[in-house]
Design a protein around this ligand. Structure first.
Ligand code: PMP
Ligand code: GLN
Length: 384
């Protein structure tokens, strides 16, 4: 029996490919982004407690109310904005499900969706599975800032949605207040919606603050804001995230969510709700990761890799053009197999394979891991 693939050009994700290769080669894995830190013991205890106390059946479709209330409080405190826990917040199976549900809720066959490149890997398949057409606008290399004139040129009568992701994976770029105003001005008098992937909202460095689209009154009205507990609590394996959106957008979002997963696992939602009462956990995350970034960069000081600015996320881009001019995919493979350090080649995040001879390294790792990786990277000479 033959089937016609809906994703004929898609294989395993680059994250799976590089992690498999790192494991096969015994390389230090700085490719796929996941923390090498265990969740807080108090959070793990709360999950056990809620399982033992019998919170083991379906949660409400929108999410456990206590968790939606904590999320609403956080949005109010951080971004000065009110989202109604009853109608404007949905707990999802990670940010990934939220992204899919938002795209599926609003993108119709033939609609255009603006993507900012380099783009996190799931956006394009989600658009094409829903019959949409991705339209690409680049971040300007090497600052990775949005070129708003280029963005404006992408808008047509068919544009339905724009997907943004700041702090940005893979570059670590962030938005400032002027960016939000520029976006608001471009979209004023259009029907274009926004899907803002803000999973790294708490990981922003050097005294900068995260400018959530939620906090911009005009943008809020047309935006799905997606975040995840994965990065915030070192729990990528638990797959819980959420989506904030105005009532009428949330209503459409929940129509998809209820048939995609119906609801998200109950005890973990209760545990997060209780744990979130102590805001110090997310409040301390930026300095926690900034010190890891700085540690990694200090250790790399004697290497031939040139760091690009990293303002947020737990990824550091390193330019390797002083070592080799080979394409990033083959350099990443050689680095893994030959030098024992795995990283992500960002050309896979561009539809045309743009290749700036940089690699993305995850620094959400213990000091010993970063030191060992940096030592290997420092040993690499040109032509090696
Ligand atoms: N968006 C971005 C930009 C990510 O980096 C990730 C994964 N780290 C996700 C979405 C997916 O998040 P989750 O694991 O909560 O599904
Ligand atoms: N978000 C993680 C990264 O950017 C990977 C998640 C995944 O493996 N799908 O590395």
């Amino acid at each position: 029996m033959s089937i016609t693939s809906k994703l004929p050009t898609v294989g395993l994700t680059i994250f799976t490919e590089m992690t498999d290769m790192a494991n096969a080669c015994g390389a230090i894995n700085l490719s796929q982004g996941f923390p090498e830190f265990d969740p807080h013991p108090g959070l793990k205890d709360l999950v056990s407690k809620y399982i033992r106390d019998g919170h083991n059946q379906y949660a409400p479709m929108q999410g456990v109310l206590a968790l939606r209330e904590r999320i609403a409080e956080k949005a109010r405190r951080l971004y000065g904005v009110d989202y109604d826990p009853a109608t404007e917040i949905t707990v999802t199976s990670g940010a990934t499900e939220a992204l899919f549900a938002a795209v599926a809720a609003v993108v119709h066959p033939g609609d255009e969706v603006i993507i900012v490149e380099p783009a996190y890997d799931c956006y394009i398949p989600m658009i094409t599975l829903n019959g949409g057409r991705p339209v690409y606008t680049p971040l300007t290399y090497p600052s990775y800032r949005i070129d708003w004139d280029a963005f404006l040129r992408c808008i047509t009568p068919r544009t339905r949605l724009a997907i943004l992701n700041f702090p940005h994976n893979p570059s670590g770029a962030v938005l400032d207040a002027r960016d939000l105003d520029a976006l608001a001005e471009i979209l004023r008098n259009t029907g274009v919606l926004i899907l803002s992937d803000e999973v790294y909202e708490h990981i922003i460095f050097d005294g900068l603050t995260h400018h959530s689209l939620a906090g911009h009154p005009e943008l809020r009205e047309r935006s799905f804001i997606v975040s995840s507990f994965a990065k915030t609590y070192h729990t990528t394996g638990w797959k819980v995230g959420y989506c904030l959106a105005p009532r009428r957008l949330s209503a459409e979002f929940q129509k998809v969510h209820q048939y995609l997963v119906f609801s998200v696992n109950t005890p973990i939602q209760h545990a997060y709700a209780e744990f979130m009462q102590d805001q110090s956990h997310w409040a301390g995350l930026a300095s926690f990761y900034q010190s890891r970034r700085d540690y990694f960069l200090n250790r790399l000081a004697g290497s031939r890799f040139r760091p690009l600015p990293c303002h947020g996320t737990f990824f550091q881009m390193l330019d390797y053009s002083a070592i080799s001019d080979e394409p990033d995919v083959s350099f990443a493979r050689r680095l893994t197999a030959g030098h024992g350090v795995a990283a992500i080649p960002p050309s896979v995040f561009y539809h045309d394979g743009e290749d700036n001879r940089v690699l993305r390294f995850c620094f959400a790792k213990k000091a010993a891991t970063l030191a060992a990786a940096a030592e290997r990277l420092c040993r690499i000479d040109p032509g090696a």
